[in-house]
Ligand binder design. Structure first.
Ligand code: KIV
Length: 269
């Protein structure tokens, strides 16, 4: 079975080929994502909401993340299709120091993650360097960072004024310089998404960050139309036009690759 690696995603960026990422939390949906040609699967701590029924990601533990990462990894290993790259979230409070991050990352790598993701800006540069030097690939996460949404005034678009936009660009540069191999950029105006993606040499994966990023990620339950509560502007319900889950995943992957998603109605101007 062949696999998507970080080198594959770097090549996609160099070739300006957009790619897709979807969240998954169990074996069956992860295997469906592989069959549908999704390039990367994110075991997101969004599971605190869409799987556990909470109202945020803060209650998610490292044990929860290791359990769901192992489920996803088994689903992908058992599939005959090209294996998507598995990125897993380090939950809140598990990476406050480089050493703590090292322990948490090792737990998720042992469970089957290829890359670990953490939320925050330049204050994490030492941690990203520490993990990278020890051979753990890191995905940074900037813009709206759900673990600390309360500090950001709630689930709101970030980087709207020039000072805030500059801070995101500076944080992105600092995290790339520290060794981050991927970046998720959430809920920012199109111009900020495009500026970060063109300034960095690593792939930038947008969620509500406009069409100028190198890739797009959605929470699976959102794009299948089964999430409860308010639907963010950037979400497209792919199940509305599909006959099944795999067809919805494939339509998402194809629309990301063709540039049809995100459309202007999914963007923050
Ligand atoms: O936890 C998650 O699903 C995420 C996405 C919103 C990118 O971090």
């Amino acid at each position: 079975m062949s696999a998507i690696t970080l080198a594959t995603l770097n090549r996609f960026k160099a070739d300006r080929k957009r790619f897709s990422m979807l969240t998954a939390y169990d074996a069956s949906f992860a295997a469906a994502a592989a069959r549908a040609g999704v390039a990367s699967v994110l075991v997101g701590d969004s599971l605190g909401m869409v799987v556990q029924g909470g109202d945020s990601t803060v209650s998610v533990t490292i044990e929860n993340m290791a359990y769901h990462t192992a489920c996803v990894a088994r689903g992908i290993a058992g599939s005959k299709d090209v294996a998507p790259l598995i990125v897993a979230d380090l939950p809140l409070g598990t990476y406050y120091t480089p050493e703590a991050a090292g322990e948490s990352a090792a737990t998720l790598m042992r469970a089957g993650a290829n890359v670990v993701k953490l939320e925050g800006g330049a204050w994490l540069a030492d941690t990203v360097r520490f993990l990278t030097e020890r051979g753990v690939p890191v995905c940074a996460h900037l813009g709206l960072t759900p673990q600390t949404a309360d500090m950001l005034g709630g689930y709101k678009v970030q980087g709207r004024d020039e000072t805030a936009a500059r801070r995101i660009r500076d944080d992105a540069a600092a995290l790339e310089a520290a060794g981050a191999r991927l970046m998720v950029l959430e809920c920012v105006p199109n111009a900020v998404g495009a500026a970060v993606a063109s300034a960095l040499s690593i792939p930038v994966i947008g969620i509500g960050a406009g069409p100028g990023t190198d890739a797009q990620v959605l929470v699976m339950h959102d794009m299948l139309g089964v999430s409860q509560g308010r639907k963010p502007r950037f979400v497209k319900d792919y199940m509305a036009q599909a006959c099944g889950v795999e067809e919805a995943f494939r339509a998402f992957a194809e629309e990301v690759e063709s540039g049809d998603y995100p459309a202007p109605e999914h963007c923050y101007g």
